[in-house]
Ligand binder design. Structure first.
Ligand code: FAD
Length: 370
């Protein structure tokens, strides 16, 4: 008899498995339908020995010391500040848009103060900010919006920014200084030996039994267990009874080149050209020293694994119906990005898992049912 059946061995499932096994001395069966642990953060060595991220680049960043310290139990870190360039009008310029972006693109020599005025002259401030288009046009004007955001968002989401919730482009700031870091969080690191190694260390505990290539449906009526932590898609758990929650998917094309370097930074975005949205070169992220280099091209698609919940009001309403069912389902805890139908960064999922663990401790005293 397992105390817990945990469905999904990504951050949500693995963090909780470790906590329950270590702090409550409970027996955990951790399953994943994929053939590996780590969820979307899974990384692996390709045939040439280059470390790549199977599901696209994952850069760890957080402002939470508690979350950073928690993960530090399972990995050493490599300092890495992520930088992204966008290919716009045949030039490579920093994104988020900053002082250098505008000066390079328009052949100007503005100061930070002048750039503020430059943005203000172009910003269209007419009314309430509702959509992704409104967010950008009201900050930097229509021309930069079209160069950097319109095409990229249409490729990424298959929708025009005017049809998407403001949350999508609100994630990308605009700067008037020369800071070209993609993130400004206090802690920006990559796991020194990769994510998969970190996960292996996290779940290697005598109380945790890991089974990959195992679907919840395969074991739910077969393996005795007291409670469930479910980190898969919430609509699937309830047999899609209200309909499918829409997701945007991606196809990843992994390529190895017989040369040391391909591009100047970890990620280059392509808002104007090509069917792919961005290209990642992993050696920038991992610091690996290798004669070859590994890249991933990302092609957005309507079909495939669920990656990005589509942020539209009607989808949230559908999710709320499932959430109400989840709240009235006893002994099942719904955790993680697929069970809560929201885009979360890795650190947020670790935070969500640790908060769930605290709630479990509050509602279930250790040993109460043994
Ligand atoms: P997942 O990692 O998806 O794990 C859920 C697991 O459950 C999966 O492995 C799945 O196979 C399994 N599962 C589902 N249903 C079942 C079932 N019925 N039976 C058995 N197993 C099941 N975050 C960052 O902080 N920085 C980044 O740079 C970053 N980049 C990203 C890039 C991309 C392309 C994407 C898509 C996401 C990125 N993220 C990034 C977000 C990050 O991937 C998530 O925050 C994190 O993976 C969520 O962890 P999770 O455990 O909730 O879900």
């Amino acid at each position: 008899m397992y105390d817990w059946l945990i469905v999904g061995a990504g951050f949500a499932g693995s963090v909780l498995a470790e906590r329950l096994a270590t702090e409550r001395n409970e027996r955990v069966l951790l399953i994943d339908r994929r053939n590996h642990i780590g969820g979307n953060a899974y990384d692996r060595y390709d045939d040439d020995g280059l470390l790549i991220h199977q599901y696209g680049p994952h850069i760890f960043h957080t402002n939470s010391k508690q979350i950073f310290d928690h993960l530090s139990r399972f990995t050493e870190w490599r300092f890495y500040e992520h930088r992204v360039l966008a290919e716009v009008d045949d030039m490579l310029v920093p994104i988020p848009i900053n002082l250098d972006t505008v000066n390079k693109l328009y052949g100007l020599n503005l100061t930070s103060e002048q750039l503020q005025d430059w943005f203000a002259e172009r910003a269209e401030k007419n009314g309430e900010i509702k959509t992704s288009e409104d967010v950008v046009v009201s900050a930097v004007g229509r021309e930069l919006y079209e160069k950097f955001f319109r095409g990229y968002t249409r490729k990424q989401w298959g929708l025009d920014p005017s049809e998407l919730d403001k949350s999508v482009t609100s994630r990308v700031p605009t700067r008037t200084n020369r800071d070209d870091r993609y993130f400004t969080d206090e802690f920006q690191f990559m796991p020194k030996h990769g994510y998969t190694r970190m996960f292996e260390k996290m779940v290697s505990h005598p109380n945790i039994h890991v089974m990959t290539q195992t679907d919840y449906d395969d074991v739910k009526h077969v393996v005795p267990h007291r409670r469930v932590i479910y980190t898969g898609p919430i609509d699937e758990y309830f047999n899609f009874q209200f309909g499918k929650l829409p997701y945007r998917s991606l196809r990843f094309e992994h390529v190895t080149l017989d040369k040391a370097w391909h591009q100047p930074v970890g990620v280059v975005n392509y808002p104007q050209t090509h069917d792919y949205t961005r290209v990642t070169e992993y050696k920038h992220l991992t610091g690996q020293d290798h004669a070859k280099t590994a890249l991933t091209y990302e092609y957005p698609s309507a079909e495939g694994d669920p990656y990005y919940p589509i942020p539209k009001a009607e989808n949230q309403e559908l999710f709320k119906k499932y959430e109400r069912l989840a709240l009235s389902t006893p002994d099942v805890w719904f955790v993680g990005r697929l069970a809560t139908y929201r885009y979360y960064n890795m650190d947020q999922i670790v935070g969500q898992a640790l908060a769930t663990f605290r709630r479990i401790n509050e509602s279930l005293p250790v040993g109460a049912d043994t």
